[in-house]
Design a protein around this ligand. Structure first.
Ligand code: UDP
Length: 324
């Protein structure tokens, strides 16, 4: 029997590339797709020599044509950091709307199951803590994060409509802050920002007073949760993330300790609509998927730091964090 074949959009990105690795390791044929706006071929170059792997340099917001059977489609194409979606707001909106429409259309033709990458950003600046899947959120549609948050909310609505109207098999994962190797040093997110600054001998830029919280999940835990959700029979959204919550100030202190830097935390203005708190309620994932995170922050941060400090020096230097 032929291998199952999976299409992964955003394949050259942080999460997309880890998904490619997982599906290859599990014996699937993988078709990766990416327009390389925020993705990087370096993340998947080790797969190019494999017969089970193909790559399409294509913008998923335009019509998708992939010949042959496809069993699963995972839509992971999207800018995913506040700095990126401020720089490319229209593409962010398009990939969450036109991009998912193309994936869903392709899935109907191929009779494939679709899993979409949604996000804790659908909860906005949440008034319910920790966030459960039945919370509808507190999103500012016209604020700087609106292009991402609303694209992802639309993507969920569109996916549900294909499920209920066309009977398509669909899955929705709401991803909370995730970290690990292959994050982009200059994507502006807090972990690469802090580690990059420590490695360059700069102070660590803490936004606001650092009292806002996040809950960081190591990438291998997240990828395993996504795989289990894909194979489950549950079509409503499921949170996948690590409920271990920490303030950004404490997080900065942990990075200072880990890297042994002599620099300190300096406060910078808090970006508009920056959520004050975020922590997933993962009861559903536990119950439905028998999933919970296994990698502690201490362990995950160590692996991630080793990855960043072994990057070429030029890459580290050209990634200086900017606030203009
Ligand atoms: N943050 C920070 N310094 C930075 C980058 C981010 O203090 O250099 C803060 C940011 O304001 C937010 C938290 O870290 O409160 C997480 O930010 P990130 O961009 O990683 O993700 P998100 O806000 O989407 O959770």
């Amino acid at each position: 029997m032929a291998n199952k074949r999976v299409l992964i959009t955003g394949a050259a990105g942080f999460l997309g590339s880890h998904l490619c690795d997982l599906f290859i390791a599990k014996g699937y044929d993988v078709v990766g797709m990416d327009n390389l706006i925020t993705g990087d071929l370096k993340n998947i170059e080790h797969l190019f020599k494999l017969q089970q792997f193909e790559f399409y340099h294509h913008d998923v917001s335009k019509f998708i044509h992939v010949p042959g059977q496809i069993d699963y489609i995972l839509h992971f194409a999207s800018p995913a950091s506040p700095i990126d979606y401020l720089k490319i707001p229209i593409q962010t909106l398009k990939v969450g709307s036109l991009g998912i429409h193309n994936c869903l259309g392709l899935a109907r033709v191929k009779n494939a199951r679709v899993l979409i990458a949604s996000t804790s950003e659908v909860y906005g600046d949440p008034m319910v803590h920790p966030q459960t899947e039945d919370y509808w959120g507190n999103v500012n549609p016209v604020g700087p994060r609106g292009v991402y948050d609303e694209a992802k909310r639309f993507q969920e609505a569109m996916t549900m409509a294909y499920h209920t109207f066309h009977g398509l098999e669909t899955r929705i994962v709401r991803i909370f802050n995730t970290y690990g190797p292959r994050m982009r040093l200059n994507d502006g997110r807090v972990l690469p920002a802090f580690i990059g600054q420590a490695l360059r001998g700069e102070d660590l830029t803490m936004f606001g007073d650092g009292s806002q919280t996040r809950s960081f999940c190591y990438v291998s835990d997240l990828i395993e949760g996504i795989y289990r959700l894909l194979l489950s029979d549950y079509a409503s959204p499921v949170n996948i993330g690590n409920p271990n919550e920490i303030t950004i100030r404490e997080f900065g202190e942990e990075i200072i300790k880990l890297t042994g830097t002599n620099q300190k935390l300096v406060s910078k203005p808090l970006p508009k609509d920056d959520p004050k708190q975020r922590k997933p309620d993962i009861s559903k994932a536990k119950e439905l998927l028998n999933w919970e995170p296994k990698v502690s922050r201490e362990e995950g941060l160590k692996i991630t730091y080793d990855y960043f400090r072994n990057l070429p020096q030029e890459e580290l230097m050209k990634s200086a964090h900017r606030f203009d």
